[in-house]
Design a binder for this molecule. Structure first.
Ligand SMILES: *Cc1c(COP(=O)(O)O)cnc(C)c1O
Length: 426
């Protein structure tokens, strides 16, 4: 990114359309693309020439979004897909085989804990969960079958921030990639690749689109990992039978992971992003640099107000002086720690449920990162599939309410919380 963040957010990947001059990125609502001739078709199918074949693999609107996100993250390439959860599978797929494992943070989005502790077992993969603030525990958890470390930069929903450089150093020593879920921070607040991450995944559903209209995801590749340094990553380093023995790393260099994600991942798993979703996300990203500071500013004010209120037991926002992660936040996330945090209400589970029902401006929905403020009681919804121990480990115990603070006038948000707390604790 040689230009500034906001310039990149508006211009990267989006020159005027060469065919029509259309200034905004068109929605290329097409399934297939005409080949010039039989040789052109053959070259495309052999991956000897880059171009459009079929929209399960590539689409010009989706490509524009990929270029823009790659520029914002400072990466070699990016592959968009149908959701944040799809992005996690797409990121792991080239790294894993039956019997292999990942080491993941205990502090993750509830759906990710379920995906990693239950669903990936069907592929013969497994996950070990460790507290990433304990470097020795992390080192001890890595074994000969470990193929990646996985964490969130700012984690959902517990007000925790990860010391990415420290975790990246451990991944480097072990010769395995670090995958960072950067959904809550966005590249505006955190650029994990600059801190040593190998791969970045996002749920574009959240702040990147920013208005609750799209379900989407992306896998971003730093292009820096040497997939051929060991025999751990044969999908990327060894001959690929489905492409006449092509070796992705040898052939595509720093774009090996990106090409594999399209040519194998999207081709065979089919978790493609649609062009309309890509268009909405491109529109959303144009204002990312305006929205994120406001989310951070509003969240800090609301968190500070709640912390002073006797009806509130505890607030977990890494931007508060009381947070155990304030020092890490100041060092690594100087622009702020986002719009999401949790608090514990006096009166436990019942009061939490009442509060959610009494709020008027905050919508009770299972989403975050919207321009409008949102609230959810994680224990009865997003973290419902987890045991109470897992809920507490993820910062989502029964008395915990999660807020996604929007970009409205903060005085109105505080007034809404004030009236709802009165009703919930009456
Ligand atoms: C929402 C979310 C996901 C999953 O994304 P979807 O787009 O809902 O599939 C993954 N990680 C984090 C941190 C999230 O907030």
């Amino acid at each position: 990114m040689t230009q500034g963040f906001d310039t990149t957010a508006i211009h990267a990947g989006a020159a005027a359309d060469p065919a029509t001059g259309a200034r905004q990125v068109p929605i290329y609502q097409t399934t297939a693309y005409a080949f010039r001739d039989a040789d052109h078709a053959a070259a495309l199918f052999n991956l000897q020439e880059v171009g459009y074949i079929y929209s399960r693999l590539t689409n010009p609107t989706v490509s524009a979004l990929q270029s823009r996100i790659a520029a914002l993250e400072g990466s070699a390439g990016a592959v968009c897909c149908s959701s944040g959860h799809a992005a996690q599978i797409l990121a792991l797929f080239p790294l894993m085989e039956p019997g292999r494992n990942i080491v993941a943070s205990t502090r993750l989005y509830g759906g990710t804990v379920t995906q990693f502790s239950q669903t990936i077992r069907r592929f013969g993969w497994s996950a070990k969960f460790v507290d990433l603030d304990d470097p020795q525990a992390l080192r001890d958890a890595i074994d000969d079958d470990t193929r990646a470390i996985f964490c969130e930069s700012i984690s959902n929903p517990g007000g925790y921030v990860t010391d990415i450089p420290a975790v990246a150093a451990i991944a480097d020593d072990a010769g395995i990639p670090l995958i960072v879920d950067n959904t809550l921070a966005t590249p505006y607040l955190c650029r994990p690749i600059e801190m040593g991450a190998t791969l970045v995944v996002h749920s574009l559903t959240k702040y990147m689109t920013g208005n609750g209209t799209v379900t989407g995801g992306v896998v971003v590749d730093s292009g820096r990992f040497d997939w051929s340094a060991s025999d751990k990553f044969p999908s990327l380093s060894a001959p690929e039978p489905a492409y006449h023995g092509l070796q992705f790393h040898k052939t595509f260099g720093n774009l090996a992971f990106t090409f594999h994600g399209i040519a194998i991942g999207l081709r065979d798993l089919g978790m493609t992003m649609n062009p309309q979703g890509a268009h909405y996300t491109l529109m959303g990203i144009e204002t990312l640099g305006l929205r994120m500071p406001r989310h951070c500013e509003n969240a800090l004010k609301v968190a500070q107000w709640l912390e002073e209120d006797p009806r509130v037991v505890k607030v977990t926002y890494a931007g508060l002086e009381s947070s155990p992660w304030k020092a890490t936040a100041d060092r690594l996330y100087p622009k702020g720690v986002g719009g999401l945090f949790t608090f514990e209400i006096a009166g436990g589970y019942q009061a939490a449920v009442k509060l959610v029902g009494a709020l008027e401006l905050f919508s009770h929905v299972a989403n975050l990162g919207d321009a409008r403020s949102l609230v959810i009681h994680s224990a009865s919804t997003t973290h419902r599939q987890l045991t109470e121990d897992q809920q507490r480990a993820a910062g989502a115990g029964p008395e915990v309410v999660r807020l996604s603070v929007g970009i409205e006038d903060v005085a109105d948000l505080i007034a809404d919380l004030d009236q709802a707390l009165a009703k919930a604790t009456a």
